[in-house]
Structures are given as C-alpha cells and as structure tokens.
Design a protein around this ligand. Structure first.
Ligand code: NAP
Length: 230
C-alpha cells in the first residue's frame, strides 16, 4: 500500500484522485480548505476504514501550512500531488487586468506548490516512490498563439519552471518532480464543454504517475504521459 498526499481534494480533479486511489486500496492523506463543507470527500473517508484522512489546509497561509506539517509529522509519503489551483477571474486581458487577482493567482498556483514541496520533502525522502506532481496547465506553455488569460498562463508557466528546477535540486534525494497537464476536463474550472471526464483524466494521470522513472524528472508531461513543449 502506498501513501498518497493530495492537496486541494474536495472537488474536481483532486476529489477524483482521492476516489481512485482509495478504490485502489491506497492510503490517502487528503487536504482541503474547509473539511466541514467537503461532504463528498468526508463520505469517502468515512467508508475507507481509516485509509483516507481529511485535513484542513489553506495552501497560501503560513499558519495553515505549519499546522498541517505538524499533523503530517515524519511519516513516509510516496506520492504528493499539488492539485489546488484557481483560474484567476474574468479580468485578465493585457488592457484590462485585475492586478490583485493576478497576485492571488500566483499565490495559489505558483507559490503554494512550493510551500507544499517544502513541508513534504522529508516525507517524500522517507517514502518508496518519491514522486512530487504539480498539476499545471498547457496554457502555461510558450508554444502556440492563444491569447488572454495572462494571470493563469503566467502562474502556470512559472509553476513549470519552479518544478523543473526542483527536479534538479531534488535529484540527489531520489525524488522525481514533474509538472503535469490534466487535459481539458469537465470540472468547475474546465466547464461543461471540456472533452474529458475527471474519471478519464485522473485514470490516465495515475497510470502516468505510476510509470514515472528518474529520467522523467523535470519533464513537462501531458496526462497521458506524452512530453509537452515548454
Ligand atoms: N479542469 C481543467 O480543464 C484543467 C485544465 C488544466 C489544468 N487544470 C488544473 O488542475 C487543477 C485542478 O483543477 P480542477 O479543474 O479540479 O478545478 P476546480 O474544480 O476549480 O477545483 C480547484 C480545487 O483547488 C482548491 N483550492 C483553490 N484555492 C485553494 C487554496 N488557496 N488552498 C487550498 N485549496 C485551494 C479548491 O478548493 P475550494 O473548493 O476550497 O475552492 C478545489 O478543491 C488546478 O491546478 C487547475 O489549474 C485544470
């Protein structure tokens, strides 16, 4: 049985990760901002025989990160998934930017994964699989000519750079770190017109995560394991 830490687990892709890893018999440490409102997540935990535990974590707050680290302690973690993310609001044009929302988008999408990385590093070193996966977006890629959504795009491009650098810094510890694009998925963020169901995206990402080897560390990967251009 592996231990999987999933941050941002109360809805969307995070909740589906919990569902699938729990159904596969793994031990899951799930975090969300408000467990009291996370009915679906708490229901999975309640029927898991203690394998799934739910913990409060507001990823952008030092006090919350510290409190969660004290719960986590030194237990081994095999796979940590930094999944929480926000889209950044409606005003993200070059000529109409909500700069406060842009700052918040960086805090959640770019800085919070590093906060998680800092507290989980020792746990991953103590684990067997030693994998750190940050859920990013193809919208952070420099390829292509799509426009707008500057806050979201830049936050994910910066996340990609962060994780590829972490991969180099953690290579000596045997930890594999990758930014992974989940595809365009029907969640609150992806909307109803997305081609992928959360079940499909997460099943493919689990397969890709299982197959990761040290040579993959630092690569920008699609949910199906294909390499993506930076
Ligand atoms: N869906 C897509 O098509 C798509 C495509 C590319 C990339 N992604 C990425 O995939 C990841 C998951 O997205 P999703 O589609 O599942 O989105 P979602 O349904 O909107 O869920 C976002 C999750 O992030 C959590 N979160 C937001 N801010 C947080 C914070 N400050 N601290 C802790 N948790 C926080 C939310 O918790 P609350 O309920 O408390 O807000 C929620 O659990 C994101 O990183 C997103 O950028 C999604």
């Amino acid at each position: 049985m592996s231990t999987i830490l999933i941050a941002g687990a109360n809805r969307g892709l995070g909740l589906e990760f919990v569902r699938q890893y729990a159904a596969a018999g793994e031990r899951v440490i799930a975090t969300c901002r408000t467990p009291a409102k996370a009915d679906a997540l708490v229901a999975i935990a309640a029927s898991s025989g203690g394998r799934v535990t739910v913990h409060p974590l507001e990823m952008t707050e030092d006090s919350s990160i510290r409190a969660f680290k004290s719960v986590l302690g030194n237990q081994p973690v095999d796979i940590a998934i930094a999944n929480a993310g926000i889209y950044g609001g409606n005003r993200q044009g070059w000529d109409d930017m909500d700069f406060d929302a842009w700052t918040r988008t960086f805090a959640v999408n770019t800085m919070a994964p590093l906060r998680l990385a800092q507290i989980v590093h020792a746990n991953l070193k103590a684990g067997n699989d030693r994998k750190f996966v940050a859920i990013t977006s193809q919208m952070g890629s420099n390829e292509g000519s799509s426009t707008g959504m500057h806050a979201y795009r830049t936050s994910k491009a910066a996340l990609n750079k962060l994780v590829s650098t972490l991969a180099t810094e953690w290579r000596g510890d045997g930890i594999i770190a990758v930014p992974m694009h989940p595809g365009w998925v029907r969640t609150d963020m992806g909307g109803p017109n997305a081609p992928l169901a959360p079940e499909e995206s997460v099943a493919a990402m689990r397969t890709t995560i299982r197959a990761l080897t040290p040579s993959d560390s630092g690569r920008f990967l699609n949910y199906d394991g294909a390499r993506l251009p930076w």
